[in-house]
Design a protein around this ligand. Structure first.
Ligand code: CNA
Length: 342
C-alpha cells in the first residue's frame, strides 16, 4: 500500500465541501465500496472473485463467467454461483451511507457505479442520483426475444442454481439473464448523459473502490475539468489519479477514510445515524452477515469445481470460434461503447 494520507488532505477536502466551493459532487464507485458488506471485488489478490475462480481449471480464464459470449455458451456456470453473488439482504456500508449523506445535503450531482448490488439505493441515495452503468439484479429478460421474465420465477432459479428459460412462447425457450451488463455487452443506455456529462459538470469528483480497469468507465475521471479536485479513496493508486496538482489521494479502506473525512467535515454523528437507519430499514428478516456470505461463496465455488468436468470445459474449437468472433467484432469498430476490460 502507498503512503498513508495526511490529516491535511481530509481538511483540504472538508474545506472544499464546507465552504460551498463544491455543490455538484460526482462519485464514481466500484466493488471496493461493497467489500466490507461481504461482496468480494474482482481483482484483489486472494480474496477477489478472480482469485477464487482461478481454481476452476476448466474455465478458459476466470473472467469467462462474466463474459456474454461464454454465458450464451455455458449459462450453467453463471447460475451455479448466482445465488451467492446476489446481494440478498446484505447491508449497505458506511461508504454507501456517505453517498446518501451527500445527497441529503444537496451536494450530490450523481453516483456513477459499476456495482450491481443496489447498495447505494439501499443506503438512501435517491434513484435519480444513481446511474448503475453495469445494470442490476432487479430485473431480467430473455436474451433471445428480450421479453421480461417474472421476478418470482427468477428468484426460484437463482436459489436453485438452475438456468431460467423464456416463458414468452413455446418456440423461444431462450436463456434468461439478469439485466446486469456482462463483458462484451453494450452498456446501459444513458452513459453519455448520466455519466460522462455529469463528470464534465462536476465541481468535485470522488473515485472510490475501483481499479479503473473496466472501460469505458475507466475514462470517466479524465473527463473532470481542469482545476476540479479529484479525490481517490482506494487501497491503491489507480488510473491517472494523483497526476493533476488538484488531485488528492486517501489511500486505505473506504469505510475508514470516509469516517475520517466525515470527522473533518463535522458530519460523523450524522453519518453514523444515517447508516444505522439504512441498515435497519433495508435488512428485514434474514440478514446475511458478510463472513457468512464469503463462506457460502467459497462453498459454491468448491462445488462448481467438482461439477466442472470435461463436458463443461470449453473445447479448443469453441475457444477459437470465440476468438474469431472477437476479432471480427473489433474489426467493426467504431460502435456504441461496450463494457470491456483493458
Ligand atoms: P476491481 O477491479 O475488483 O477493483 C476493486 C478496487 O477496489 C481495487 O483497486 C481494490 O484495491 C479496491 N478495494 C477493494 N476493497 C476495498 C476497500 N474496502 N477499501 C478501499 N479499496 C478497496 O473492481 P472494479 O469495481 O474496479 O471493477 C469493475 C467490475 C467489478 C464491475 O463490472 C462490477 O460489476 C464488478 N463487481 C461488482 C461487485 C458489486 O456489485 N459489489 C462485486 C464484484 C465485482
Amino acid at each position: 500500500m502507498d503512503a498513508p494520507s495526511t490529516s491535511s488532505s481530509y481538511d483540504t477536502i472538508a474545506n472544499i465541501i464546507r465552504d460551498s466551493h463544491a455543490t455538484r459532487v460526482v462519485v464514481l464507485t466500484g466493488a471496493g465500496i461493497s467489500t466490507s458488506a461481504g461482496i468480494p471485488d474482482f481483482r484483489t489478490p486472494s480474496t477477489g472473485l478472480y482469485a477464487k475462480l482461478a481454481r476452476l481449471k476448466h474455465l478458459p480464464y476466470p473472467e469467462a463467467i462474466f463474459s456474454y459470449h461464454y454465458f450464451k455458451h455455458s449459462p450453467e456456470l453463471f447460475y451455479a454461483i448466482a445465488d451467492v453473488r446476489h446481494p440478498h439482504n446484505l447491508k449497505p456500508t458506511i461508504s454507501h451511507a456517505f453517498l446518501a449523506l451527500l445527497a441529503k445535503k444537496n451536494l450530490l450531482h450523481m453516483v456513477v457505479t459499476q456495482n450491481i448490488d443496489g447498495l447505494e439505493s439501499a443506503a438512501g441515495v435517491p434513484p435519480e442520483k444513481v446511474f448503475a452503468c453495469h445494470g442490476s439484479w432487479d430485473t431480467q429478460r430473455c436474451i433471445t426475444c428480450k421479453e421480461p421474465f417474472p421476478d418470482d420465477r427468477m428468484k426460484e432459479a437463482i436459489t436453485q442454481g438452475i438456468v431460467p428459460r423464456c416463458l414468452a412462447t413455446d418456440a423461444c425457450d431462450g436463456i434468461v439473464k439478469p439485466d446486469i451488463v456482462l463483458f462484451g455487452e453494450p452498456l446501459r443506455e444513458g452513459f453519455e448523459e448520466k455519466a460522462e456529462h455529469k463528470v464534465v459538470e462536476a465541481d468535485l469528483v470522488f473515485v472510490m473502490g475501483t481499479s479503473l480497469k473496466v472501460h469505458p468507465f475507466a475514462n470517466l475521471p479524465s473527463l473532470a475539468c481542469a482545476g476540479v479536485p479529484r479525490v481517490l479513496i482506494n487501497r491503491e493508486k489507480v488510473g491517472d489519479l494523483g497526476n493533476r496538482k488538484e488531485d488528492l489521494c486517501l489511500l486505505g479502506n473506504c469505510d475508514e477514510e470516509v469516517r475520517k473525512l466525515a470527522d473533518a467535515l463535522g458530519w460523523k454523528k450524522e453519518l453514523e445515524k444515517l447508516w444505522e437507519e439504512a441498515k435497519t430499514e433495508h435488512v428485514k428478516g434474514n440478514e446475511t452477515d458478510g463472513e457468512e456470505y464469503t463462506v457460502r461463496l467459497d462453498a459454491a465455488i468448491d462445488k462448481l469445481a467438482g461439477m466442472l468436468d470435461e463436458s463443461l470445459s470449453i473445447s479448443k474449437g469453441h475457444k477459437s470460434m470465440l476468438e474469431r468472433h472477437l476479432t471480427e467484432k473489433l474489426a467493426r469498430l467504431p460502435k456504441p461503447p461496450e463494457r470491456d476490460e483493458k
